[in-house]
Design a protein around this ligand. Structure first.
Ligand code: FAD
Length: 587
């Protein structure tokens, strides 16, 4: 089994595949321990009931489906809610040290869209602990790790099934061939196609694009999550995440007039009472004893749109965001203990002391709900031998992901992918890749060195990021998305002629030249699917089609490769069985 990616999903898949008896390798672009998952802050959502005993998988399932505006694959959401608690306890068995409740249980914190406090966490550094634990186990089990290696192509047999992967070592540019009947994609997301993003440099959509090229399908790529709170100032740090834990721990949002504007954006389903004053509303909505929640903890899409509207209405902060205030809600010691990373992040990057002053925040491209279409039980993609788990896979989160549901998704479906990949690998012979196939993959990778006088990849990347940010961003209209698609087409042509200077060892220009076609392909999927879905739902907001439309509530948009282009089809959503549908009749 070859696992591409060493984030939470990849490492969990590799551990499972190894434990099932398959010879397993993990390949990753960065050093082991540096995958994007390490940046995760707030926690892992799992209905363990440690803080609210009335919590359980059914409530978590319902929250997840409602958060995704019912477009989630119901079976993925069910498995996720049912299995997440075991995956968290297993992490603890493997050495993870979670924060504790006074009774000594794993502590669970509040997050947007979750009815009960259910995020298992380690301060605001949960991803670090998750990766540290899985990495330690990976190394202890003796699983082969290929660090600083980029996979550029998935290889297939004559019958269309997987026979391995091809890539290069970033350090010296030498090529590597993996021959394997099972490949697990765990490559994370796509944020680097956007100018303002919380995502790391690794997020160039490689897995989405490799899957598409290999003949797999992508589901609902129009759903990109813009997290409401990224840093907006100074420009060099624009987009870096300000964790939802700030709001989970009581932080409030204010506009330039000092008004707590989220009270003006409370949707009907959340509204409980009409209060005369802000103080009265605050008292009512923050009454934790009665399990009430402030409007700052509405799902991310709703908070991001509210911030966007305030800024557009001229009530933004000096640098185009709004204010996030925790200083007036808690004393300095509490803030430093609960949010140590945020304290340091603002102190060091923006010279703001969050224990004394508010932060300036605004929406940032954060997560892609769309991804490889997989079978919920096995994480198998449409191509035999190809599996996908974690952010690269689609379906689980519908049109909007709830905070904390990604880390649990990585563990639940990483394990399932590893299990199924090992089952296939241990019952199949190792394929033999022909020399001609290797030569072709090598030729494609070296092509940017062979050309003269072309543009450099940085210019094209910057143009793509601007197009996606400005034309396929948080609020969308048909004309702008069509323009984005025209620009992407032109960039595709220019990308074919780009040139890189220098040699193969540690050549970032070459690395970007190979990442760029992935970003262009993924951007084309996002723009085309977003143009196709003529409604607003979750992370997808159309100015020309405001609000959800019933017919679209039963449809997925599927992307597949059509030569060098992307083709779309509409596909009916899987129907939820009656016993699960009943859960939504309860309050
Ligand atoms: P990753 O962890 O991104 O790993 C991808 C791996 O694939 C990397 O090892 C990379 O090197 C490798 N890779 C990619 N392309 C290639 C290639 N071509 N060849 C070889 N290797 C490749 N979610 C939560 O649930 N709770 C949180 O508190 C939370 N906080 C977050 C905070 C921040 C700042 C951000 C940005 C996200 C947060 N998220 C959170 C989301 C969550 O962290 C991610 O969705 C999740 O970590 C993705 O994990 P993954 O295993 O799918 O991929």
């Amino acid at each position: 089994v070859v696992v591409i990616g060493a984030g939470g999903a990849g490492l969990r898949a590799a551990i499972e595949a190894h434990e099932q008896g398959a010879r397993t390798a993990v390949v990753c672009k960065s050093l082991l321990g540096k995958a994007h998952t390490v940046m995760a802050e707030g926690g892992i959502a799992a209905a363990m009931g440690n803080v609210y005993p009335e919590d359980g998988w059914k409530v978590h399932f319902r929250d997840t489906m409602r958060g995704g505006k019912m477009l989630n694959h119901w079976r993925m959401a069910q498995l996720h809610a049912q299995e997440a608690p075991d995956r968290v306890r297993e992490l603890e068995d493997w050495g993870a040290l979670f924060d504790r409740t006074p009774a000594g249980l794993i502590s669970q914190r509040d997050f947007g869209g979750h009815r009960y406090a259910r995020l298992a966490h380690v301060g605001d550094r949960t991803g670090l602990e998750l990766i540290r634990t899985l990495q330690q186990r990976t190394v202890a089990l003796g699983i082969d790790v290929y660090m600083e290696c980029t996979v550029t192509k998935l290889l297939k047999q004559q019958d269309g099934s997987i026979q391995g992967a091809f890539g290069y070592r970033r350090e010296n540019g030498q090529f590597v061939l993996w021959q394997a009947p099972s490949v697990v994609l765990a490559t994370g997301g796509i944020g680097k196609s956007y100018k303002v993003t919380s995502n790391s440099w690794e997020y160039t959509g490689d897995g989405h694009s490799l899957a598409l090229q290999a003949g797999a399908t992508l589901v609902n790529m129009e759903f990109v999550q813009f997290h409401p709170t990224g840093m907006v100032w100074p420009p060099s740090v624009r987009g870096i995440l300000v964790t939802e834990s700030v709001r989970g721990d009581g932080g409030i949002l204010k506009n330039s007039t000092g008004s707590r504007f989220m009270f003006d954006y409370i949707p009907e389903y959340f509204r409980k009472e009409t209060a005369e004053t802000e103080e009265e509303a605050d008292r009512w909505y923050t009454d934790k004893k009665n399990n009430r929640r402030p409007p700052e903890l509405l799902p991310r899409d709703e908070v991001a749109r509210a911030i966007n509207s305030e800024v557009k209405a001229g009530r933004g902060s000096p640098h185009g965001g709004v204010f996030l205030d925790i200083a007036s809600r808690h004393d300095a010691e509490y803030i430093r203990k609960r949010l140590p990373s945020m304290y340091h992040q603002f102190k060091e990057l923006a010279e703001v002391d969050i224990t004394k002053e508010p932060m300036e925040v605004g929406p940032t491209c954060h997560y892609v709900m769309g991804g490889v279409e997989v079978d919920p039980e096995t994480a198998a993609a449409k191509v035999p031998g190809l599996f996908a788990a974690g952010e690269v896979a689609g379906g689980m989160h519908g049109s909007n992901r709830l905070g904390g549901n990604s880390l649990s998704d990585l563990l639940v479906f990483g394990r399932r992918a590893g299990l199924a990949a090992a089952e296939r690998a241990t019952s199949t012979t190792v394929p033999n890749v022909a020399d001609a196939v290797v030569a072709e993959a090598a030729g494609e990778a070296l092509a940017p060195f062979e050309r003269d006088g072309g543009e450099n990849p940085y210019t094209l990347h910057a143009e793509l990021q601007t197009a996606m940010n400005d034309l396929v961003g948080i609020i969308r209209v048909a004309g702008e998305m069509s323009e984005a698609l025209e620009r992407i087409e032109a960039l595709k042509v220019r990308a074919k002629a780009l040139t890189v200077e220098g040699k193969r060892p540690y050549n970032p220009g070459w690395h970007l030249a190979l990442d760029l076609p992935h970003m262009l392909r993924v951007s084309e999927c996002i723009a085309k699917a977003a143009l196709e879905r003529e409604e607003s739902r979750g992370g997808h907001t159309r100015d020309d089609f405001p609000g959800p439309r019933e017919e679209w509530g039963a449809l997925n948009v599927i992307c597949s490769a059509d030569g060098e282009d992307v083709a779309l089809t509409r596909q009916p959503l899987p129907v939820m069985p009656a016993d699960l549908a009943e859960i939504f009749e309860e309050s």
